[in-house]
Design a protein around this ligand. Structure first.
Ligand code: KG4
Ligand code: ZN
Length: 340
């Protein structure tokens, strides 16, 4: 079964073709970062309009890369939420129309389920994690720890009470004058920071529980930056201390979540999963426990169509799809998803 995947929940247009026999055939991505940069954040209406411009050309590009025509598609998968309502509607509208015209099934995919299943896209079957596992979802909009009992059966173990981890990276970067989206740049700067020059707290780690709070950290950074000499070295030193605080906090909670869920496999997904210090730290933790941690390749950590095509393919294969109505869910609880 060849499934066309469409992702338009935020500021990336992603399209992919996944074949349930031979794996990923093609994927194409267009990032709107340059469009939103001058506003310092994503402007929802501009995002929707740009998805309208880019989606059909990207579908043509992905089909050409897969060496097929639109008639070769057996099903369509699209992100129906959570995300920006206008942006989601573009993908949902195109996906539903295509499915209607081709008389094939279409399935609504939960964006975070896409992220969570991305590590299962890897070619090497031995490298693929199998449920049950614990998933750490760390993106610009989410920070969640989820117990994955089976594909489609998700239990929320903990989540952020305020800023998401990626949002904390972006806001902290902005505060120190880095352009949007600052997360990856802040991480790069952290590499030049000196160990121990600054130290920030690890929020909510000294009491039990699996929830997070990152907004206080931002204030700590603001005070350190305001009271410092604002030199390049200071910026790098603060970036390093901030990154260490976020990474340590995530690692402490991941270890607790593994203990709570009684399993030793951790899967990390979402944009912050591309962070090298986080990857190294969780790798050390897993090795010490005799367990394992899997990450999607960096390109599939951030938003992409491949993860949506894959998650949708699993559900379509199980016979799941919906009627032709174009429906999106800007907010959508993963625990309400049907099992596969
Ligand atoms: O999953 P994603 O592409 O989009 C959402 O669904 O939110 O995640 C984007 C987030 C942004 O906040 C970005 O700053 C952050 O991931 N990010 C990083 C890194 N690369 C992306 N944060 C820290 N270190 C990185 N290397
Ligand atoms: Zn995402």
């Amino acid at each position: 079964m060849k499934v066309l995947g469409i992702e338009t929940s935020c500021d990336e247009t992603g399209v992919a073709v996944y074949d349930t026999r031979s794996g990923l055939l093609a994927h194409a991505l267009y990032s709107q970062i340059a469009l939103h940069a001058e506003y310092g954040g994503v402007v929802p209406e501009l995002a929707s309009r740009d998805h309208v411009r880019k989606l059909l050309p990207l579908i043509r590009q992905a089909l050409a890369e897969a060496g097929m025509t639109v008639g070769g598609i057996d099903g369509v998968a699209y992100t129906a939420g959570p995300g920006l309502v206008g942006a989601l509607l573009v993908g949902a509208g195109v996906a539903r129309s295509l499915a209607w015209a081709l008389d094939i099934p279409a399935v609504a995919v939960h964006h975070m389920e896409g992220h969570l299943l991305a590590p299962l896209l890897e070619d090497d079957p031995l490298g693929r994690p199998e449920p049950p596992f614990v998933a750490l979802l760390v993106s610009g909009g989410h920070t969640q720890l989820i117990a994955v009992d089976a594909i489609g059966r998700y239990r929320l173990l903990g989540e952020t009470l305020d800023d998401a981890a990626g949002e904390a990276f972006d806001k902290t970067a902005k505060l120190m004058g880095l352009p949007y989206p600052g997360g990856p740049q802040l991480a790069m700067l952290a590499g030049q920071g000196r160990a121990g020059a600054y130290k920030f707290p690890r929020p909510m780690t000294n009491r039990p529980g699996l929830d997070f709070s990152f907004s206080g950290l931002k204030t700590q950074v603001m005070l350190a930056w305001r009271d410092g000499d604002q030199s390049d070295q200071t910026r790098a030193d603060i970036a390093r201390a901030f990154e260490e605080a976020v990474v340590d906090t995530l690692a402490i909670k991941c270890e607790r979540a593994l203990e709570a869920a009684g399993c030793e496999t951790l899967v990390v997904a979402g944009g912050v999963g591309a962070n090298l210090r986080l990857r190294a730290k969780l790798g050390e933790m897993a090795a010490r426990r005799g367990g394992r941690v899997s990450f999607p390749r960096p390109a599939f950590c951030t938003d992409n169509g491949a993860m949506i095509a894959f998650a949708g393919a699993l559900r379509l294969q199980a016979g799941q799809h919906e009627d032709a109505a174009v429906r999106v869910l800007p907010r959508w609880d993963m625990a309400t998803l049907p099992a596969v």
